[in-house]
Design a binder for this molecule. Structure first.
Ligand code: FES
Length: 76
């Protein structure tokens, strides 16, 4: 599967000891791109568990849609 996500950050975020989960003792970094607490995992990746291979998904406004293709437009 492919998943398209929009991110607005333009640079890295440095982690510090306050980022460690007090209960689990670790830091979970989101790799699915859907977390509301990005760059940290908030469990939103569970929404991807039934994604089909070879399908492209767009997640927008809380909804998931499978798309045939993605067209981007350059504003410049
Ligand atoms: S990996 Fe993205 S929310 Fe968990």
């Amino acid at each position: 599967m492919t998943r398209l996500v929009e991110l607005e950050a333009t640079g890295p975020r440095k982690l510090d000891p306050s980022d460690i989960d007090g209960e689990k003792g670790d830091v979970a970094i989101c790799q699915c791109g859907l977390s509301e607490s990005f760059p940290f995992c908030d469990g939103s990746h569970r929404r991807t568990e039934d994604e089909e291979p070879e399908t492209t998904y767009v997640y927008e406004d809380g909804e998931r849609n499978a798309v045939d293709r993605v067209v981007t437009v350059d504003d410049e």
